[in-house]
Design a protein around this ligand. Structure first.
Ligand code: CMP
Length: 241
């Protein structure tokens, strides 16, 4: 994980308005209101591997991803880490410290070159006061995150390691299909290392690797370097229980 390399990018306010329009939290704002938000939004760019902020940091700026991908992680002193969430284009992160005034609850790092806009806490609080509907949407978004987290907690408590790895892989297949990546003929291409998949499943890399070898022998997947192809998503789904 690298240090934070962030710098401002020249982007037009139309680009920012177009981005804000796609963010569910801002969906009820008029064009003029979006323009006002765009005026206080600061463009930021992070290299792949750069740390946006670390767990325990002070800071209350929230970010909206324009392009690229970032993830929230928690690290154990023994070196293990878990991924709490991924943030893609249109996703917000850093909203928790902004809302409760506490320190950062997790480290956020860019997993690929990522462009984002940063909105200072003061500006965001003013928006929330002036537009209560943004608060309602933000609460709904936080509720969805809690649901996702509960889902993962239940999975990690009740499912076997194999089932968790299969579920994590099935989730990536669903996401790839939703964004139309990979053709149906050739199978669904997933860009993830065994370590990333293990993190998503909350398993050790060794356990994930053993199970992926089982899937490969069964002809369900083919593994490559930092990627794998799922040929039979239905058969994969039968490992999730
Ligand atoms: P904040 O606490 O400011 O900094 C870390 C950010 O990671 C946090 O805000 C959220 O945006 C995000 N985050 C932390 N935990 C989760 C989670 N369980 N699900 C989704 N996002 C999270």
């Amino acid at each position: 994980m690298g240090v934070c390399y962030a710098w401002a990018m020249p982007t037009s306010s139309e680009d920012t308005i177009a981005l804000l329009r796609r963010v569910p939290v801002f969906s009820t704002l008029s064009g003029e209101e979006l323009e006002q938000v765009a005026q206080v939004a600061m463009p930021r760019r992070f290299d792949a591997g750069a740390v946006v902020f670390k767990e325990g940091d002070e800071g209350s700026t929230c970010y909206i991803v324009r392009s690229g991908r970032a993830r929230a992680i928690r690290e154990h002193p023994d070196g293990r880490s878990i991924t709490l969430a991924h943030f893609d284009s249109g996703d917000i992160f850093g909203e928790m410290a902004m809302l409760d005034g506490e320190r950062r609850s997790a480290t956020v790092e860019a997993t690929e070159a990522t462009e984002a806009i940063a909105i200072l806490s003061g500006d965001m609080h003013r928006l929330l006061r002036e537009h209560p509907d943004i608060s309602v949407k933000l609460i709904a978004a936080l509720g969805q995150r809690l649901r996702d987290t509960n889902e993962r907690l239940a999975r990690q408590s009740f499912q076997t390691v194999q089932s968790r790895v299969a579920a994590a892989l099935a989730q990536l297949v669903a996401a790839a299909r939703a964004s139309n990546e990979g053709g149906p003929e050739a199978g669904v291409l997933i860009t993830a290392t065994q370590a990333e998949l293990a993190q998503l499943a909350g398993s050790s890399r060794e356990s994930a690797s053993r199970f992926l070898a089982v899937l490969e022998r069964a002809g369900i997947i083919t593994q490559g370097r930092g990627k794998l192809t799922v040929h039979d998503p239905e058969a994969l789904g039968r490992y999730v229980y």
